[in-house]
Ligand binder design. Structure first.
Ligand code: NZQ
Ligand code: ZN
Length: 391
């Protein structure tokens, strides 16, 4: 196991009606003037925004709001949010929504105290200072409610890039699984897929002897695969929603990723798809993951066979573990299809003729160094081959 430090001080309030205490948590973490940041309107339609505002009113906390974050959040609204926070002297950012609202909030939080262009942070500069952030989560997916990451697409060039910084971990996150019951089935499934991907990206490691994190990841995958059909069959199954919501947090606050190398090829390859075609991140991952795994399988057949056996229940073929590894990837595909995810390029609206451009963006766009992935270093040619596997 590699050396690591781990400090994940987000305060979680989990369960029914917890959003009604949002104002108390903002006060507890020092906010006196809040920017409420949200997406395209689901939080207005559900009445959540009003409840959150009421809880702020009850604590005499002033606020301004900025909605309109779109899935795969864009830089334009971030610049607007930074200006608004500066002119309104905002000292706390509250995201109400999914990963997109939270990531946009994180970008604004980092941009407000910074003299340069916030986009510098998405080109390799790590974030050292940011306004405090709180979240009220409405979809179990990106894990941004507990993570130190943010992903933004710059309209100039449509590059989708991420940044990290411990200061980006939310001070608090309110997780009420009942809030996710209004999700359309497709978005629920996209979220489940993203959570699964966050686990796989950490499972695919070159670090030896990391039994504890291997087992944590396998356990979370098993729980997710067990709960997913329940929630797809009955969107109002509160306990299944609750299990999935907490899995989403555990999958991505990096408690499963410490002390080991990680991959992230499926994500980097997917991000170009959601940047170019504006597909949902989870849907893109459903297409990228099986292709990346198939391409990388020979790098460590045992690891893929282990996942196939322990997570997907495939029979371990000791004489030829490649069979088991392949069966595991097939089982993953079947699972993704069963929850309504796409499996091919065409289903995402992606085009074969764009493959050279996509591969170039993935490997060389902005400050990329020519390869993606930590498990296997994939160059532009490899990435193009992987996109072809998705056809
Ligand atoms: O915008 P609204 O109207 O709120 O609608 C959203 C949006 O259309 C809707 N939705 C969310 N909660 C709902 C709801 N509709 C009805 N009822 C509810 N309770 O769902 C749609 C998707 O929302 P979004 O916030 O985009 O979803 P998600 O949480 O999957 O976030 C995706 C973004 O996160 C990034 C992705 O790349 C993508 O840009 N990621 C962020 C990460 C991080 N910060 O750590 C890691 C991830 O790997 C990921 O890359
Ligand atoms: Zn993801």
């Amino acid at each position: 196991m590699d050396n690591f430090t781990f400090y994940a001080p987000t305060y979680f309030a989990f369960g029914k009606d917890t959003e009604n205490d949002t104002g108390k948590y903002v006060k507890q973490f020092g906010g006196s003037k809040v920017l409420i940041h949200f997406g395209g309107g689901s939080v207005i339609r559900s009445g959540l925004l009003d409840r959150v505002k009421k809880s702020l009113d009850e604590e005499n906390i002033a606020y301004v709001d900025l909605g309109g974050v779109q899935p795969n959040p864009r830089s334009g609204l971030v610049y607007k949010g930074i200006d608004l926070c500066r002119s309104e002297k905002v000292d706390f950012i509250l995201a109400v929504g999914g990963g997109s609202a939270i990531d946009s909030a994180k970008a604004i939080a980092a941009g407000v105290p910074y003299n340069g262009d916030f986009w510098d942070y998405y080109q390799g500069r790590s974030v050292k200072e940011a306004l405090p952030i709180g979240t009220v989560l409405t979809i179990a997916a990106a894990g941004s409610e507990g993570s130190y990451n943010s992903v933004i697409t710059h309209e100039n060039g449509m590059l989708k890039r991420s940044t990290t910084g411990e200061v980006l971990r939310p001070k608090f996150s309110v997780l009420n699984p009942a809030l996710t019951q209004t999700l359309p089935p497709y978005q629920t499934a996209c979220g489940i897929t993203d959570i699964l991907a966050h686990l796989y990206e950490r499972y695919l490691t070159n670090t030896k002897q990391v039994e504890v994190t291997d087992r944590l990841i396998e356990g979370l995958m098993l729980a997710l695969v067990h709960e997913a059909p329940k929630v797809m069959a009955n969107p109002n199954d509160y306990d299944a929603r609750a299990n999935i919501m907490w899995t989403g947090m555990l999958a991505h606050n990096n408690s499963c990723g410490v002390g080991r190398s990680q991959d992230w090829a499926s994500h980097d390859i997917e991000h170009e798809l959601s940047a170019l075609y504006d597909c949902a991140h989870g849907a893109g991952l459903a297409v990228s993951m099986p292709a990346v795994f198939t391409y990388n399988m020979k790098h460590d057949v045992t690891r893929f066979a282990q996942a196939a056996h322990r997570v997907w229940g495939c029979h371990m073929d000791f004489a030829d573990p490649e069979n088991t590894a392949l069966e595991g990837i097939q089982a993953l595909r079947r699972f993704l299809k069963s929850i309504g995810m796409p499996l091919t390029f065409a289903e995402l609206g992606a085009k074969e003729e764009d493959i050279p451009k996509l591969a170039k963006m993935a490997c060389h766009g902005d400050v990329r160094t020519g390869t993606v992935g930590g498990f296997v270093k994939l160059n532009e040619q490899d990435v193009a081959n992987i996109y072809r596997l998705m056809l």
